[in-house]
Design a protein around this ligand. Structure first.
Ligand SMILES: *Cc1c(COP(=O)(O)O)cnc(C)c1O
Length: 429
C-alpha cells in the first residue's frame, strides 16, 4: 500500500495491517506488555539498538506499530510515532530537538492547550518561545529567528481561529535558516491536506479529533517526512553527537532518515511513558477507516452552516476558510481544495451575552469542549479553552468575546440548520 498513487481515502482502509492468507481481517490487538525472546543475546541487541523488535510496550507494540505505518503512508512520511494524547505529541516534537537555553518560533494562532504548553510549561524547562503573526512577510519572520531558534511551528487550520497557515512560504523561511517546519495538521488530516507535499518537515497530530472522530479515545501522532538534513549545521547536537544512554550511538549515522523518530522513541518515549495502548490504537484504526467519508460530510455540512450564518444577519463575521469571503480563502484554495473541515467560528452580534443565550437555545448541538466528532458540538472559547489567556493574548489569538466555535457533525444538514435557525430566533426574538 506504499504506492504513492493510492489516495489517502484508500490508504485509510488498507495501509498498515495487510492480512495474509487466513489471517483476521480486523487489526489484531496485541495485548501484551512484553515480548518473548530465545536468548539474552537477542535481548542485548534490542538494548544496543542493533536489532529491530519489540521490547516493552512503553516503547513500542505491534498493534500500535501497524497504525503508525498506516498514518505514515497516508501522510507521505518515512515513519510515525503514536502517543497517548496530542499534547504529548506536541511536547515530543519540540523537546526532541530543543533543550534549556533554546528558542522556538510559534504562530500566535494555535490551539490554546499548545499555547499553554509552550508558553508556560516549556518556559519552566528553559525553552523560550516567541509567538509570531503568521501573516507577516518573510523578512519580518526572519528577523524573529535567533541563533538558538530550533524550529518554526504552526497549524494547517488553526483551532479555533481557523486561519490557514501558508506552509510552503514559511517552510522556505525555516529552511533558509537551517531549521525545520513543524505543522500541526489535526483539523485537516492527510485527507484534506498533506503538509509534507508543501515542504513541512514534521507533522504532528491530536488524533483525538477527526482521526478518532467519535470522541472515544485520546491520542497523538508525530510523522517525519525524512526530508530534513539534521547534519547541515550544528544546531541539532542531540541527533548528530553520541548518546551516552546507548553506548555513544549517533542517531543520524545509525538511522538516517529515521533518526528524528528513533531518538524520540528510544529516549523521550522510553523516559516519559506517553505511548498508547494496543486498545487505543485499535480504536484509532477503526476511526481512520472512515476518515475520508466522514470528512467529506463534515466539510459539506460546515460549508452550508457557514453560508447560512453569513447571510443570516446575526453574525458580526463568520470564519470558515472555504467561504469565498474568508480572508484566508486564497490559502484554503491552495492547501484545502476538498474543504476546510467541520469547524466554523462566528462572532455573534451582541457579544458574550448573546453568545450564551444562543448556546442555551440549541437542542441538537452538544455543549462540549471538543470538536471533530460525528456529533455537532458548540463552544465559547473566551470562557473555556482560552480562559487562561490574558485579554492581550486573546486578541493576538484572534478570539473575540462573542466568538462561538461550532463543530459541525455528520447529522442530516436540514436538522442541523433547523436547530441553529430556531436558536437564533429565540436569541434575537
Ligand atoms: C486538541 C488539539 C491538540 C491537543 O490534543 P489532545 O489530544 O487533546 O491532547 C493539539 N492541537 C490541536 C490543533 C488540537 O485541536
Amino acid at each position: 500500500m506504499s504506492n504513492k498513487k493510492i489516495s489517502p481515502a484508500t490508504q485509510c482502509i488498507h495501509s498498515g495491517y495487510e492480512p495474509q492468507n487466513g489471517e483476521p481481517l480486523a487489526l489484531p490487538i496485541y495485548q501484551s506488555t512484553t515480548y518473548a525472546y530465545s536468548s539474552p543475546t537477542e535481548i542485548g541487541k534490542l538494548f544496543d539498538l542493533t536489532a529491530d523488535g519489540h521490547m516493552y510496550s512503553r516503547i513500542s507494540n505491534p498493534t500500535v506499530a501497524l497504525v503508525e505505518k498506516k498514518i505514515a503512508e497516508m501522510e507521505g512520511g518515512v515513519g510515525a510515532l503514536c502517543t497517548n494524547s496530542g499534547q504529548a505529541a506536541s511536547f515530543l516534537t519540540v523537546t526532541n530537538i530543543a533543550s534549556a537555553g533554546d528558542h522556538i518560533l510559534v504562530s500566535a494562532k494555535i490551539y490554546g492547550g499548545t499555547t499553554n504548553l509552550f508558553h508556560v510549561t516549556l518556559k519552566r524547562f528553559g525553552i523560550d518561545c516567541t509567538f509570531f503573526d503568521q501573516e507577516l512577510p518573510n523578512e519580518e519572520i526572519e528577523k524573529l529567528i535567533q541563533p538558538n531558534t530550533k524550529l518554526i511551528f504552526g497549524e494547517t487550520i488553526a483551532n479555533p481561529a481557523l486561519s490557514v497557515f501558508d506552509i510552503e512560504r514559511i517552510a522556505k523561511v525555516a529552511h533558509k535558516a537551517g531549521i525545520p517546519l513543524i505543522i500541526d495538521n489535526t483539523f485537516a488530516t492527510a485527507v484534506l491536506c498533506k503538509p509534507i507535499d508543501f515542504g513541512a518537515d514534521i507533522v504532528v497530530y491530536s488524533t483525538s479529533k477527526y482521526m478518532d472522530g467519535h470522541a472515544v479515545q485520546l491520542g497523538g501522532c508525530v510523522v517525519d517526512s525524512g526530508n530534513f538534513d539534521w547534519t547541515q549545521n550544528d544546531k541539532f547536537p542531540g541527533l548528530c553527537t553520541p548518546d551516552e544512554s546507548y553506548h555513544g550511538l549517533v542517531y543520524t549515522e545509525s538511522f538516517g532518515k529515521l533518526s528524528y523518530l528513533t531518538k524520540m522513541r528510544v529516549q523521550l518515549v522510553r523516559d516519559l511513558g506517553v505511548y498508547p495502548t494496543a486498545q487505543a490504537a485499535f480504536l484509532l484504526d477503526l476511526g481512520l477507516q472512515t476518515l475520508d467519508v466522514r470528512l467529506a460530510r463534515h466539510c459539506n455540512n460546515a460549508l452550508a452552516v457557514a453560508q447560512y450564518l453569513e447571510n443570516s444577519g446575526y453574525a458580526e463575521y463568520v470564519k470558515y476558510p472555504a467561504l469565498e469571503s474568508d480572508p484566508n480563502n486564497h490559502l484554503a484554495k491552495k492547501y484545502l481544495p476538498k474543504g476546510s473541515s467541520g469547524v466554523v467560528s462566528f462572532c455573534i452580534k451582541g457579544g458574550r451575552e448573546k453568545a450564551e443565550k444562543f448556546m442555551n437555545s440549541l437542542s441538537l448541538f452538544v455543549n462540549a469542549v471538543h470538536v471533530a466528532t460525528v456529533h455537532s458540538c458548540v463552544l465559547h472559547p473566551a470562557s473555556s479553552t482560552h480562559r487562561q489567556l490574558s485579554d492581550e493574548m486573546l486578541v493576538q489569538a484572534g478570539i473575540d468575546a462573542g466568538l462561538i466555535r461550532i463543530s459541525v457533525g455528520i447529522e442530516d444538514i436540514e436538522d442541523i440548520l433547523g436547530d441553529i435557525k430556531n436558536a437564533m430566533e429565540k436569541t434575537f426574538g
